[in-house]
Write a protein that binds this ligand. Sequence first.
Ligand SMILES: Nc1nc2c(ncn2[C@@H]2O[C@H](COP(=O)(O)OP(=O)(O)OP(=O)(O)O)[C@@H](O)[C@H]2O)c(=O)[nH]1
Ligand SMILES: [Mg+2]
Length: 310
Amino acid sequence: MTFVDRARIHVAAGRGGHGGLSFRREAHVPRGGPDGGNGGRGGGVWLVADRQLTDLSRFRHAVHHTADTGGPGQARNRNGRAGDDLEVAVPPGTRVLRDGAPIATLAAPGDRVQVARGGQGGVGNRAFRSSVRRAPRETVPGEDGEEAWLDLELVLPVDVALVGLPNSGKSALLRALTGAAVQEGPYPHATTEPAFGPLEDARGELFLVADLPGVDAQGVPRRGSGLGQLERARVVLHCLAADDPEPADARLDRVRDGVAPFLGDGVREVVVATRSDLAPPPPEAAFATSAVSGEGVAALRDHVLGLLAR
Ligand SMILES: Nc1nc2c(ncn2[C@@H]2O[C@H](COP(=O)(O)OP(=O)(O)OP(=O)(O)O)[C@@H](O)[C@H]2O)c(=O)[nH]1
Ligand SMILES: [Mg+2]
């Protein structure tokens, strides 16, 4: 899963159906009156927060979202049918901006907002009949639906954050825990941007895990590190490579100093040894894991879900 936290989409509501132009034709009525019905209303476009979604990546390929037009008015005073509304699913936490100004935030699953209103249906010629106008040919066309370019931003509720020195196995652990596609490599700063993956508990609730390539080898926060996302994390997994010859306590201190200013209250830290297939884990680590053999990964996942359930 690649993470995209911004998207630009175009929404267009449906045009209203045109008013009908028709005259009654019946064998025994030589000059029937006007009987064109009204057009149906165009469909609106709604954004709906859907808990199945955790990012905005689908909008890279789905830019235009257009609702149905209303049906035209018909003979015999039949009104056109209303166009169906279009519902566009977005992840919970999506903020919607129009012309740079926020117009809505879809915070919780099920939240919905109409972002383009359908056009009014037109008026059929029957409505123009009067005592002096027996055969009006006048109709009103359907109104255009609203359309707009919208910017979507996902304000991510990161539940679990992976931190650690460069090259400490954060990305590989994210992949092992969540199945996320990651940039990993045997050198520091293989990951240049935060990466994300989902964790699912037994009831199907999704939690977001973030790999934050946050600090450099000195423990100093890096630009674009995404450490700001840490603020809402409830669990921090502090990664220590088992095969790193530097004493673990010195490595822990450096990273803790770097990330401390970004942490919210009550966050739980879990020290996790990575690459435990290559060397014995340091005693500071509560869990010994290997992204290669899978050792310790399921136990860590259960532990994290247990912390999140409280
Ligand atoms: N043998 C072994 N190698 C691993 C394991 N986990 C990670 N590696 C390797 O260690 C190197 C660093 O892992 P990454 O996951 O890229 O480390 P990182 O902390 O994300 O590094 P940066 O993004 O550069 O900060 C990569 O070459 C990985 O393939 C493991 O459990 N066992
Ligand atoms: Mg990485």
